[in-house]
Design a protein around this ligand. Structure first.
Ligand code: GLP
Length: 249
């Protein structure tokens, strides 16, 4: 694992966008998995800009979603579905044939999980996964205590997640469950970018990067990943020992 700390959110986002673009330059048929949330918004805007400006070919790439709020409509601006279409798929004109997201309104959510697991297997694994970190250390909707080798599953959202979720939704949020890729899929992705920004993420990043490694803080498992970059702005890195080791970019 590599930890990279940037002076501000713009530089942090540019670094993440460049890392994705560089993968796409040599692997034009990559299987990509992108998180939603406030953290990667600017990364996606910068990625779209670079891919368009340099006409990087992504016509053979395939995009999958990391997670979704169960029973929330796809058109709700708080849904992961809406977010990914708005920030990535529409600006990049990605056709539906290159996208597979969880249908969190499906009657059979277990079948949705199986479909996602089968697709990832069929495509020979995830090439690049970009994740954020929840206030409780979750990755996707892998809440504290989720098993380390899990695949896609439905999960009860914990109190922290439910309370933080209000920032994404205009009205009342109905979901009490999430559907998510599992930590096993996170750990076996060929490349991982984990992002956190802002001082509100500093305590959880300190636990994740310098506390005990384990599923109580799912983000700490990034330390077991063989090819992960943790991309932080300096506020999220506040209090880390590494700050004194001069890791600023
Ligand atoms: C949400 C999502 C995650 C996201 C995380 C951080 O609940 N399920 O995929 O990465 O929490 O969100 P934010 O970037 O808004 O802090």
């Amino acid at each position: 694992m590599q930890i990279k700390v940037y002076c501000d959110h713009h530089l942090q986002s540019k670094a993440a966008a460049d890392q994705i673009a560089e993968l796409l330059l040599w692997n034009s048929s990559a299987l990509l998995c992108f998180a939603t949330g406030d953290t990667p918004k600017l990364t996606y805007e910068l990625l779209v800009e670079r891919l368009m400006n340099e006409k990087i070919d992504i016509s053979k790439c395939f995009f999958i979603g990391l997670d979704e709020w169960v029973a929330v409509s796809k058109d709700d601006t708080g849904s992961c579905h809406w977010f990914l279409h708005h920030y990535l798929f529409e600006p990049l004109n990605i056709p539906a044939s290159q996208i597979h997201l969880f249908d969190a309104n499906a009657e059979d959510l277990q079948a949705e999980c199986r479909k996602m697991n089968d697709l990832i297997r069929y495509k020979n694994g995830i090439d690049l996964m970009l994740v954020g970190v929840g206030m409780n250390g979750h990755i996707g909707f892998n809440e504290p205590g989720t098993k380390e080798d899990g695949l896609a599953h439905v999960i009860d959202l914990d109190a922290t997640t439910l309370s933080v979720s209000k920032k994404y939704f205009n009205g009342e949020m109905q979901a009490s469950k999430g559907i998510t890729l599992g930590l096993g899929q996170f750990l076996s992705a060929r490349e991982v970018i984990m992002m956190a920004s802002g001082s509100k993420k500093a305590p959880i990043m300190k636990m994740a990067l310098e506390g005990e490694t384990g599923t109580q803080v799912p983000a700490s498992l990034v330390r077991n990943h063989r090819n992960a970059s943790v991309v932080l702005d300096k506020e999220a890195a506040e209090g880390l020992q590494l700050i004194s080791q001069n890791l600023f970019q």
